[in-house]
Design a binder for this molecule. Structure first.
Ligand SMILES: NC(=O)c1ccc[n+]([C@@H]2O[C@H](COP(=O)([O-])OP(=O)(O)OC[C@H]3O[C@@H](n4cnc5c(N)ncnc54)[C@H](O)[C@@H]3O)[C@@H](O)[C@H]2O)c1
Length: 373
């Protein structure tokens, strides 16, 4: 199974590889016209057996292979990680014809992609995502970034992987939490696009929860296809691509409020996106309407949180509440003084709007994020 798309006349592809199809990776490397210097950057939380299988495959390609182990999770998405990659490239005299492969979640992918774009202004980049968020979202679209001084994705650019490989072995090994977190981005694409994602999620829930590979590949394909439709004509996010930010104004505000206080990965990006989607539906409709209730149930049915259970967060509720409010104004989509968000009144019909009703922002934080009765 394969999905193709074009960026600025360049062909890119996503391969879905069943077990024993790792040779597709080396086949693509062969076609990439490289100098056969490869840096493989992998997340040390990923099952070592799969890492070794990929390394065996790369070695069979007869390349000059360098391996860098690193740690995923958002507190490592920083300049230290970025420069560690750049140092290896420089020290080993990589050229513009050399290859970087990332094997990890959204954090490893985003930082490795940024390094690939910066070193000699760009070398050949391949991506093998290992969490559901990375598979259905961060592996395509070309957004790269590090977090800097407490602001999420504040330093970054656009750089697209030559090819993405989605491996059956990896899908089966993703820990439950990293698997389900990605379903928030799937539900997001189901809500903003004109597609059958939500129906498929409803009808094939059991197969998806049990990771039947045909079902998982199918939902990933539908989601990636939707994402491609939104970004391919608007790489630099001037209009249509902005819709992919549905849920993210609140999600980033929540993530920053928690992480800047706790300095640890308390909430996954996908989990925050799920809660953010609910906030933006509530803010758009000014009430918990049927759309809100159905998305609430969808998120729950894929084991996603629907609010912040404050009792689990060792920070005072009023402090997080105030920080979420303040962080909303750091929104990167902002063009004037008001933060912007994606409004959704009915499925398939998103629009970008400003959040001008500051009292209702506070109401949303209380009614949705803290679910005040
Ligand atoms: N570039 C984009 O378009 C885009 C889109 C969505 C998210 N993102 C970014 O992606 C990041 C979130 O991605 P994520 O949720 O994958 O986070 P992550 O990369 O931090 O992974 C979450 C955790 O899972 C571990 N992990 C990863 N793969 C594993 C595996 N197969 N087995 C066991 N453990 C594994 C990691 O070490 C980490 O502890 C955020 O920084 C977000 O900003 C980027």
């Amino acid at each position: 199974m394969k999905l193709k798309y074009k960026i600025h006349d360049n062909q890119h592809q996503i391969y879905f590889c069943k077990k024993k199809e790792l040779h597709k990776i080396t086949e693509c490397l062969e076609k990439s016209n490289s100098d056969k210097n490869i840096l493989f950057v992998y997340d040390d939380n990923v099952n070592k057996k799969i890492v070794n299988n990929i390394l065996d495959e790369l070695n069979s390609f007869g390349c000059n292979l360098f391996v860098m182990e690193c740690k995923g999770s958002k507190q490592n998405k920083n300049e230290k990680f970025l420069f560690k990659i750049l140092d290896i490239l420089l020290k080993n005299k990589f050229t513009k014809k050399s290859i970087i492969i990332s094997f990890g979640g959204g954090v490893v992918g985003d930082v490795t992609a940024l390094a690939s774009s910066l070193y000699l202004r760009g070398l050949i980049y391949f991506c093998i995502p290992t969490t559901m968020t990375a598979i259905v979202d961060s592996s395509i679209g070309g957004k790269t970034a590090i977090n800097y001084k407490g602001v999420i994705n504040s330093i970054g650019n656009y750089y697209h992987p030559n090819t993405v490989f989605i491996l059956e072995e990896t899908v089966k090994e993703i820990p439950d939490r990293e698997y389900f977190a990605g379903f928030a981005e799937i539900i997001k694409c189901g809500l903003i696009g004109k597609n059958k994602i939500l129906t498929f999620l409803e009808e094939e829930r059991s197969g998806l929860i049990n990771r039947k590979i045909e079902k998982v590949f199918k939902i990933c394909l539908m989601t990636l296809d939707t994402k491609i439709k939104f970004f391919s004509g608007d790489i630099y996010e001037k209009n249509l691509r902005l819709m992919l930010n549905f849920g993210h104004t609140f999600a980033h505000a929540i993530e920053m409020a928690i992480e800047n206080n706790l300095k640890k990965d308390f909430i996954r990006h996908g989990e925050a996106v799920g809660i953010g989607i609910l906030c933006e539906i509530y803010y758009s409709n000014k009430k918990k309407n049927n759309l809100f209730k159905s998305v609430f149930n969808f998120l729950k049915s894929f084991n996603l949180p629907v609010n912040l259970d404050n009792s689990n967060i060792p920070i005072k509720k009023i402090k997080i509440q105030n920080e979420i409010y303040k962080n909303l104004f750091l929104d990167k989509k902002k063009v004037d003084k008001h933060p912007r968000y994606i409004s959704l009144k009915k499925k398939g019909d998103p629009s970008i709007k400003e959040m001008k009703d500051y009292d209702f922002i506070n109401d949303t934080i209380l009614q949705v994020i803290f679910e005040d009765k």
